[in-house]
Ligand binder design. Structure first.
Ligand SMILES: Nc1nc2c(ncn2[C@@H]2O[C@H](COP(=O)(O)OP(=O)(O)OP(=O)(O)O)[C@@H](O)[C@H]2O)c(=O)[nH]1
Length: 311
């Protein structure tokens, strides 16, 4: 399809985009946001500040969507002064507008693009409106202390990924980690110091993750990670690097150093028709339990009978 609708502006007529505005007006300037309306990333929104944004499910994309039916680099939104051009990047499953597959299209105000199971739209909104929506999103899907995904949001996204791996007989790794003797740290340094350790630990984990992987706070001082299409050896090597980084990281609270280590359980599995996500998580959790039993500050890997199951 050609880039139709070329002359139609996305901006409502009341929008102030140019000229001098005073401070109060700035708050009401409408700016473009990409809003995810359905799919596993439902409720997320991204302010479009650059000139173009590649959407996809890999690290190569500017905006990573967890939907397994989206290609690694699926489509691109190019932002012009008052309108936006959509282009599909020869994605495997295509992009659709009102049920029709599209290649390139100037977006109109209410156009909804469907890619995989994800429906998205460009909305113009002012900062305060976007902020209050973001606050609702954060309350529903993220952990208040660390800002990473909460357990419910993780399970929702992980189920999507798991179904994809099952259909494609693909490799999936679950890594679970837990702070060692955390109760003793709370007792020795105080609860706020313990909170600080959890915040810094989640930041260390986040930094080490690829954009397409998942990280969540699974329980009090327990974190869970899902690594896509990662062979067992690579997942174990990655987890070991994390363990060492944590061991050497100078956790401090109000000038006091809080020596911190973690134990880790890793389970990598080529997902087959008979597997379930709770089973993989249980196996990773059992490996974590073993790491605790075997002395803590260590990694245990769940092994399967056949090497082809985890390589
Ligand atoms: N500061 C802080 N502590 C928390 C939070 N959530 C859970 N905890 C504490 O984490 C501690 C976990 O203690 P345990 O389950 O006994 O485990 P542990 O002391 O880490 O011992 P091992 O896991 O066996 O090494 C409990 O004392 C909880 O109160 C939190 O958000 N902040």
């Amino acid at each position: 399809m050609s880039a139709s609708g070329k002359n139609c502006s996305l901006l409502p007529s009341t929008t102030m985009v140019s000229g001098t505005v005073n401070h109060a007006q700035v708050k009401h300037v409408l700016e473009p946001y990409l809003v995810i309306l359905s799919g596993c990333d439902r409720g997320r929104q991204f302010k479009l500040e650059q000139q173009s944004y590649v959407i996809g499910r890999s690290d190569e994309a500017d905006i990573v969507i967890g939907d397994p039916k989206i290609s690694r680099r699926h489509c691109v939104f190019t932002v012009f002064k008052d309108r936006i051009l959509f282009e599909d990047l020869q994605s495997t499953n295509g992009s659709f507008l009102a049920g029709e597959r599209i290649e390139k299209h100037w977006l109109s105000a209410h156009d909804r693009i469907m890619a995989g199971d994800t429906v998205m739209r460009i909305d113009y909104k002012c900062y305060s409106e976007a902020e209050s929506e973001q606050a609702l999103y954060r309350a529903a899907y993220t952990d208040a202390l660390t800002g990473i995904l909460n357990r419910g949001a993780f399970m929702q996204r992980a189920h999507e990924e798991f179904s994809y791996c099952k259909r494609n007989n693909a490799l999936l790794s679950i890594v679970m980690c837990d702070v060692d003797h955390f109760k003793a740290k709370n007792d020795a340094f105080g609860h706020p110091a313990g909170d600080q350790v959890l915040k810094e630990l989640s930041a260390i984990l986040s930094e080490q993750m690829r954009k397409e992987d998942l990280l969540a706070r699974y329980g009090g001082e327990e974190f869970i990670m899902m690594l896509r299409e990662t062979p067992g050896d690579a997942a174990a090597g990655w987890a070991e690097r994390i363990r060492r980084s944590v061991m050497h990281y100078p956790f401090t609270y109000k000038g006091q150093t809080i020596p911190t280590t973690i134990s880790i359980g890793v389970c990598t599995r080529r997902v087959t028709a008979i597997d379930s996500l709770p089973t993989l998580i249980r196996i990773a959790d059992d490996a974590l339990y073993l790491a605790k039993q075997n002395g803590r500050n260590r990694l245990e890997i769940a092994h399967f009978n056949s090497a082809s199951d985890w390589r």
